[in-house]
Design a protein around this ligand. Structure first.
Ligand SMILES: Nc1ncnc2c1ncn2[C@@H]1O[C@H](COP(=O)(O)OP(=O)(O)OP(=O)(O)O)[C@@H](O)[C@H]1O
Ligand SMILES: [Mg+2]
Length: 250
């Protein structure tokens, strides 16, 4: 009998710890992330979910522990260096240019991959068009490319922000609350689009999520944060029925 191939390890967090004043936002956080998987992080407000993403992407330096990405220690690298190595980050509030069009935002992200700031005229140069339009298609944004971002829905902005993060062609995307602020009727559309885009590009994702319907439908694995620790991790069907999780989180 042949064994199923092991999924390749992408990111390892080992014993991460950090505190703010007296608050332990992370104590001995260890978890692995595998190529192509979608891992959801759940937990109450203040449990340390965003802190974990920040430590993995260079926005916070852990006081103890290591972050290893594809066998390389990235614990002390800057956000910029980590992004270049292939870990993209998207925040709870989309980091987009609200007074510019959707397409210009995508052109900006495409131009930022290879160069220095050339002003918006430079950004609109035809050389960035193909990549920008490819991202628009991947994220089903073609019908809104000429709209100003300020005139679009929160769901569109979330997708635009993530599309921009993918311009750097990461292998891993770390997302804080992709459906927060998105209307109930849009949230599954946003998540379907995101899942398909990740699949097409072969990108793994770690996403913080408060909506258990989203977790059940889109995560292959879920990890539960409680007061800076991981209480449980595994398939959603197991973890979301774990009595300890039901008691302390859900
Ligand atoms: N830069 C910081 N300075 C001071 N305290 C911080 C900082 N970042 C996080 N904290 C504190 O660390 C704890 C964990 O915060 P974190 O933002 O990681 O929680 P979270 O699980 O993302 O919560 P939420 O669901 O509300 O987003 C909180 O008590 C928070 O106030
Ligand atoms: Mg948070």
């Amino acid at each position: 009998m042949t064994e199923a191939p092991q999924p390749a390890l992408l990111l390892q967090a080992r014993g991460l710890a950090i505190s703010f004043g007296g608050v332990h936002a992370a104590r001995d956080i260890s978890i692995d992330v595998y190529e192509h998987e979608r891992l959801a992080i759940i937990g109450q407000n203040g449990a340390g979910k965003s802190t974990f993403l920040n430590m993995c992407t260079g926005y916070l330096r852990p006081e103890a522990g290591q972050v290893v990405y594809r066998a390389r220690d990235i614990t002390r690298l800057t956000p910029h260096e980590i992004a270049r190595l292939g870990i993209a980050r998207a925040f709870q509030h989309p980091q987009v240019f609200i007074e510019h069009t959707v397409l210009d935002n995508l052109r900006f992200a495409s131009s930022a991959c290879g160069g220095f700031w050339q002003g918006w005229r430079g950004v609109r140069s035809p050389r960035y068009d193909d990549k920008a339009r490819e991202l628009a298609a991947l994220f089903r944004l073609e019908s809104v490319t000429e709209k100003r971002v300020s005139e679009t829905s929160e769901g569109t902005r979330k997708l635009l922000d993530i599309a921009m993060a993918l311009a750097l062609e990461p292998r891993l995307l770390m997302l804080d609350e992709p459906t927060s602020g998105v209307s109930a009727e849009d949230k599954f559309k946003v998540m379907d689009t995101l899942r398909d885009a990740l699949d097409i590009r072969g990108v793994a994702a770690v996403f913080v999520e408060h909506d258990m319907d989203v977790v059940r439908n889109y995560a292959e694995r879920v990890a539960v944060w409680v007061e800076g620790r991981i209480l449980a991790a595994g398939p959603p069907d197991d973890v979301l029925h774990d009595p300890r999780v039901l008691e302390s989180v859900l």
